[in-house]
Design a protein around this ligand. Sequence first.
Ligand code: ZN
Length: 269
Amino acid sequence: MANVNNSIPITSVAATILTAFGIEPNHEMHPANDIVLEKMNKILRGEKADRVFMFNPDAIALWLYQKYTALFTDAVCASDLQIPMLSVMPSVTPVCFASIYSGVMPDKHGIQKYEKPVLTVETVFDVLIKNGKKCAIVSTAKDSISCIFLNREMDYYIYETMDEVNEKARELIDKDEYDLIVVYNKSYDYTMHKQGPEAEASLNEIKHNAETYKAFEEQIAKKWPHHNTMHAFCPDHGCHEIDGDCGSHGLDMPEDMNIIHMYGFLAKK
Ligand SMILES: [Zn+2]
C-alpha cells in the first residue's frame, strides 16, 4: 500500500461531538471535522444533535476496511459517511482514546505510553457535564476507556464481558436518559493480538463489530424518534502483523496510524 498518512486527526473528534450538540469546544481542542458537521446539517435540517452515541471498537485499521470491505457492510449501511482518520503516537489504546475525547495531542493530555491514569485535562465529558448534559461510559473492566475518564459526574457501567457491555448499552438506549453514551468493544484487538490481524477469528470480530453498530443504529432509530442523533463507529488506532502470526500496534506506520471512522445521523420525526 502507498506509504501515506491520513490527514484528519482523531483529536478532531472531541470538538466534533461538542459542536454537534451546539456547545463550544475549549480552545485547546483540535477544530471539529467540518465534513461531519456539514453532513449533519444536511440530515438534521440545520438543527443540532441532542443525542450522541459513540461506538468504539478497538484497533480497526483503514487497511482492514480497504482489504475486507464486505465485512464492514452493516456499518457502512448504518452510517452516512466514512472518513479516513489519522491516529496519534504512540498508537496504543489509552493514548488514542485520551486524544479522541480530550481533543489534544498526547504531550498535552499527558498519556504518552501504555498506562491508564485518570486524565486531568478537560475532556468532552467535562465540557458536556458543565453544560448540564448526562454522560455514560459502558465498557469492560480494566480497559482504557473504563479507567482514564473516571472521577467525573457521570455514570460508568463496567462489566467483565463485551456481551454484558452491549446488553447494557441496549438497555440505556431503551431508557433514553443520557445525552452522550460511549460504548467500548475490545474483541477485535484482543483476537488480533493473539491470532493475527487477518486470522479468521479476527475477521469474524470485525464483522461482529459492524453488526453490533448496525443493531445499535436500528434500535436508536426505533427508540429515539423524538431526538436528533449523531452516532459514530470510532476506533482508536490500527494494527499490523508481526512474527509468529500475532498482531501488534503502537508504531508510526500507516497500518497502525490510519483508521476508518463512520458517522450517521437520525433526524427527529
Ligand atoms: Zn486499542
